[in-house]
Design a protein around this ligand. Structure first.
Ligand code: ADP
Ligand code: MG
Length: 155
């Protein structure tokens, strides 16, 4: 995908609340303005990269971009699960991310258990890939430290 790595940031907005209720895996949602800016070659699917809330530390993340077929959604979404335990929710804060790689296409699952298993595998793959030197260096990108343009999308 030519557009990777893709840097963007935006406010964390409320989703459908299903991340924690049904899956036990919380996902921070971006507003439509960020979703609508995605380059065309970043197709729906599961991705990995780095994420930072406000001026906090940079953590590994997995992200789902898509229509969420399991829920028969009609809306496109960008949902980031940050691989870190936060003390509090961070709705309204600015989430900065860089998407560095692609894991798999979105697919439907015949049970919630198989969906959860797939997400756990995605998280393991993301953790492993992000330890590679070519991805480690992106964690230290100046993008995560310079917030002059508080909202920006692109490279
Ligand atoms: P919603 O449908 O509103 O997105 P979720 O159940 O998916 O609800 O929870 C997402 C919210 O949980 C995020 O907006 C954030 O405030 C909080 N949160 C806490 N820990 C995490 C995490 N590790 N990754 C993503 N979001 C988290
Ligand atoms: Mg969510």
């Amino acid at each position: 995908m030519r557009s990777l790595p893709y840097f963007c940031r935006g406010e964390v907005v409320r989703g459908f609340g299903r991340g924690s209720r049904e899956l036990g895996i919380r996902t921070a949602n971006f507003p439509d303005s960020v979703v609508d800016n995605l380059p065309g070659d970043i197709t729906t699917g599961i991705y990995y990269g780095w994420a930072c809330v406000g001026h906090g530390d940079v953590h590994k993340m997995v992200m789902s971009i898509g229509w969420n077929p399991y829920y028969k959604n009609t809306k496109k979404s960008m949902e980031t699960h940050i691989i870190h335990t936060f003390k509090e929710d961070f709705y309204g804060e600015i989430l900065s991310i860089v998407i560095v790689g692609y894991i798999r296409a979105e697919k439907s699952f015949d049970s919630l258990d198989s969906l959860i298993t797939a997400i756990c595998n995605d998280i393991s793959e993301a953790k492993e890939k992000l330890d590679l030197p070519e991805y480690q260096c992106m964690k230290d990108d100046n993008f995560f430290r310079s917030h002059e343009n508080s909202i920006m999308n692109g490279h």
